[in-house]
Every structure is written in C-alpha cells, then in structure tokens.
Ligand binder design. Structure first.
Ligand code: FCB
Length: 446
C-alpha cells in the first residue's frame, strides 16, 4: 500500500500546501465578475472537451468556507490561490467590482483564520475579455494594465498576503496559448508565440516593480518545467532537444536570473521579437525573493521536419502515464531543480508550487481509493527530500490540486483533486489521498 509517511521526514519549517486557481474553481458566473478570454475560448466548439467552461466550476465563491476547512483539517499550512483579474476589474481596467474585492477580502480572512499562509498568484490565466480585441498579451499596453491591476491588489490585500507570485507558468501563457493554440486565446502563429514569450516577462517585471513600490517582500514567479530528453543520440536530435529545453525551460531561467535569452532560441526567434527587446532584459531580471516550479512530466524530443519552424515534435515514451497521458517521471523534478539552483537561482528559495496527477477516480460506496495518486505524491516527495538533503533551498511543496476542477481544454474530464467533486451537486468528498495527507500532516488517524 502506498503511503505518505515520508512527510514526517521533512524539516519542521517546510511548507506543505495545496494549490488552486480562480477560473478553475470559483465559478465565473457568480459575483458580477467580468468575462475572461477563457469564457470566449470555451464558447467556440472544439476548443474545450464537451464545450464545458468555468461558469460554475466548483462554485468556490459559494463554498469557500467549506473548501478552506478541508485544507486546514488535512493539516496543510498554506493555500496557493489566484486572483481573477476580471472579477476585480470587469473591463480589465477602470471600474472596480466591489463584489470581487469583498469576495477576496472574505476569502483571505478565512484562510488566515484557519491558520493557513496565503500564497497568492496575480495571473493564473484569466485575461479580461476586453483586451482580446487589442491583441491581448501581444500588446505591450496589456503589461501596463497588468501593473495597474497589481496596484489594486496591493492596495487592498498586500498586508494579508504571505507571498505573491506575478505570473503562473509564462510558457503556457505564451507558447502553449499562442503558438500551439491549445489554451486561450488559441492563436497559432509564430509571431504571436514569440511576441508573447517576451511580453509575459515584461508583464512580470511591471508587476514586480509595482509590488516593490509598496515595499513588499516575498515575491516570486511560478515556472512550469518539463524534463526534456532526446529520442536518440544523433547530433541532429541533440540539437533540437536543446532547442526544446530552451523554449520550455531555459528561456525563462536565463531571462529572469541572467538578463539574457538562450542563444539557439533567440537566433530562431529574432526576426519575430518586438523592437528593442534587449532593453527590457535588465528590467525582467530584477531580483526575486523566491521562485516556484510546477512539475508534472518529461517530454521526449524527436526530429520532425513536418514541424517546419522548430524541426521537432515530442513523442510518447514507455513509462506509466496518468489520465492526462503524461508520463510519471519523478527523477525529472530533481534534475530540473538541481540545474535551476546550481546555474540560475543560486540561493533564492525554491518552492514546488504544483505537482500532482489526473486519475480516473471512481466513487465506490462513498469512497475514492486513489492509490495511484498517493504513490505519485510519495515518489515526488522522495525527490524533494533528496534535494533538501543535498542542501538545495527547497522550502515548500504544494499539491495540485485541492479539488477536482475545470482542467482547461479538458473541461471536467480530468480529476486532479485530493478532494472529489461531484459536478452534479457540487458535493465535496475527500479522497484517500486527502486522508493520507491528513494522517501524516496531523499525526491523527481519520
Ligand atoms: C498546470 C496549471 C494548472 C493545472 C495543472 C494540471 O499547468 O498551472 O492550472 O491545470 O497544470
């Protein structure tokens, strides 16, 4: 039987938490929220499984007290959540929605009353719809409007935020959403992909500057990393594997920690980069207080000339896969964090801000026995423990996710929660993995 006894071997000051994001759980139709580009993207047939959307999601807006209780009862000490930009500024700028402010006021107070640390994220993908017609993240103005939104957050909430992340997963915001087209706004051009790879980092820097102007300390960014491996040892394969590694991982590490872009990629991208992009790099590489890493899987890179711009595609390996079809590869987490620490972030504290798996969870006699998920967590925590033993400043681990939720293009078909959600009546049912966390975090039997 897999278990999470390993939790007891972590240092006392190590933070265990759970993560969620606004659009995936809140229910965008509640509380006079404005619309985001996900509302528009999900309306177009074929973009999201079953034409689902985040309109209702887990109705966290109505159930947040119960949800926060589930976190504290399991013995976690932190909650990572995100602010919805259109919930606070329905048009993206200008008019403030007081219902939105009051929701986050109540949410934050509830988190604090439950003795949880507030790990907040400013942008977990709900770009106000209003900006879509103006180019969205391709438009430099959006980075300024993001700065203004950041200021609203700082003025209202910063005294109660333990930490702030500017952007969740800049690679997903840019490449996945503007070149691969899998996420909102679903663009598929080189120009859009390359431009947003830069602009999202400018947005990060703009927000950081506003946050610092409020004398706030404890700000970071959350990067999603994928462990990239070559399909074979041919030199051509190694070359494109390096390119894939740069685009997925090193683009962000180098820009943020060194103020430069990796050579192979910038050569390929240069013709599409915004004018004078070099001038932004110093701004982008302002010091951070911590860096977050979201880790799920590896990818295997194979030369493929039918991909005419990049010259490669990722192919399936032979490891066990989760319900997302993602291979389970815990060693990748260790390797990526070691490289981040040794070559880039140095002494900056690192948090695993997301890690988890989708599983085909079934409710049987009122129970969900998600053994696979417990094993997944245990195997990845082993790698974390090893990193700490090797003096890497790894300070916390957040399970993705508290609840089954709107898994973007997969709608509600993929269950990542340690708590099951019945999407017919929105009942929450803790899974065995939740109970196993509780057992080891609180030392209490259930
Ligand atoms: C990450 C996202 C998160 C969730 C997980 C499965 O890329 O940050 O919202 O969808 O993947």
């Amino acid at each position: 039987m897999p278990d999470l006894k390993i939790i007891k071997d972590f240092p006392d000051d190590f933070t265990f938490g759970v993560a969620t994001s606004s659009y995936q759980i809140e229910g965008n139709s509640f509380g006079n929220s404005g619309l985001s580009h996900w509302d528009c993207f999900s309306k177009i047939k074929g973009n999201v499984y079953n034409n689902e959307s985040g309109k209702i999601a887990c109705a966290h807006i109505l159930n947040y007290k119960e949800d926060i209780k589930l976190i504290s009862e399991a013995g976690f000490s932190a909650y990572r959540f995100s602010f919805s930009w259109p919930r606070i500024l329905p048009d993206g700028k200008g008019r403030i929605n007081q219902d939105g402010i009051s929701f986050y006021d109540k949410l934050i107070d509830e988190i604090l009353e439950n003795n949880l640390k507030t790990f907040s994220t400013l942008y977990h993908w709900d770009l106000p719809k209003n900006f879509m017609s103006q180019g969205g993240w391709k438009n430099r103005d959006t980075t300024k409007w993001f700065a203004d939104f950041t200021d609203v957050i700082m003025r209202n909430f910063s005294d109660r935020l333990h930490s702030i992340a500017t952007i969740n997963e800049p690679w997903c915001v840019s490449w996945l959403s503007h070149y691969l087209g899998e996420h909102a706004p679903g663009e598929v051009t080189i120009e859009a992909g390359v431009k947003t790879m830069h602009m999202i980092l400018v947005a990060h820097a703009e927000a950081l500057q506003v946050i610092r102007s409020h004398n706030y300390k404890n700000v970071g960014i959350v990067l999603n990393k994928q462990f990239v491996q070559p399909f074979d040892e041919k030199s051509e394969t190694l070359k494109v594997t390096n390119l894939a590694d740069e685009i997925h991982n090193l683009w962000f590490d180098e820009a943020i920690f060194k103020g430069s872009y990796p050579t192979q990629t910038i050569k390929l991208f240069s013709k599409y980069m915004p004018d004078n992009f070099e001038e932004d790099l110093k701004f982008i590489s302002q010091p951070l207080d911590w860096v977050g890493v979201n880790y799920y899987t590896r990818s295997i890179i194979k030369v493929d000339k039918s991909e005419t711009f990049l010259g490669y595609k990722s192919v399936k390996g032979d490891l066990i896969v989760t319900d997302m079809g993602w291979e389970v590869f815990p060693e990748g987490l260790k390797n990526l964090i070691e490289r981040l620490h040794n070559k880039y972030s140095k002494n900056v504290p690192i948090f695993i801000t997301e890690n988890g798996m989708a599983n085909r969870d079934c409710l049987k006699n009122g129970k969900i026995n998600d053994f696979e998920r417990i094993k997944f967590y245990s195997d990845h925590l082993k790698q974390c423990k090893n990193l700490i033993e090797n003096d890497i400043p790894l300070k916390g681990y957040f399970a993705w996710s508290l609840l089954d939720n709107f898994e973007w293009a997969y709608g509600y078909s993929k269950r990542f929660g340690i708590v099951y959600v019945d999407f017919d009546n929105l009942e929450r049912i803790p899974k065995l993995s939740w109970k196993e966390f509780k057992k080891n975090l609180t030392n209490k039997e259930n």
